[in-house]
Design a protein around this ligand. Structure first.
Ligand code: HEM
Length: 151
């Protein structure tokens, strides 16, 4: 399957995995703050994505919106599952498929899910400063592509 093929490509690319782990080390210093930043970037760049998160109410309130805050925190722990699975293709596939279900239930298409890459790029740039580079963005895009293939 396409998911298996893309998951294999991620697990076999040692350079990409180094970039993912190094950048995750930076992003995960402040799980909540980074999650809120990622969501704010998504809402800024993708009005259509904003429409999907109606349950969260007024997302412009940031951290003061407890529903947005809860979502931002749990989204980061979801990403942690992917980073923890980078050496084991079966593990990566099963966590990807678990998160795919949550999004299929919400009618998020592969294209819509892919809208996270731009916001992720902005978040990496803000958090990594001089250590930011486009190879790191590509590494994250490869991981996102595994999820997209499952949608
Ligand atoms: C880095 C990529 C993403 C990760 C790790 C992620 C993770 C999650 C997690 C853990 C949940 C909660 C699961 C649940 O309540 O069933 C969730 C819910 C959701 N996700 Fe994602 N997501 C990502 C990207 C996106 C994108 C790009 C969209 C839309 C364009 C999206 C739309 C949604 C919606 C609408 C919900 C339900 C929110 C709610 O009402 O609580 N997600 N996501």
């Amino acid at each position: 399957s396409k998911v298996a093929e893309l998951a294999n490509a991620v697990v076999s690319n040692a350079d990409q995995k180094d970039l993912l782990r190094m950048s995750w080390g930076v992003l995960s210093v402040d799980m909540e703050g980074t999650g809120l930043m990622l969501m704010a970037n998504l809402f800024k760049t993708s009005p259509s994505a904003k429409g999907k998160f109606a349950r969260l109410g007024d997302v412009s309130a940031g951290k003061d919106n407890s529903k947005l805050r809860g979502h931002s925190i749990t989204l980061m722990y979801a990403l942690q599952n992917f980073v923890d699975a980078l050496d084991d293709v079966e593990r990566l596939k099963c966590v990807v498929e678990k998160f795919a279900v949550n999004h299929i239930n919400r009618q998020i298409s592969a294209d819509e899910f892919g809208e996270i890459v731009g916001p992720l790029r902005q978040t990496l740039k803000a958090r990594m400063g001089n250590y930011f580079d486009e190879d790191t963005v590509s590494a994250w895009a490869s991981l996102v592509a595994v999820v997209q293939a499952s949608l």
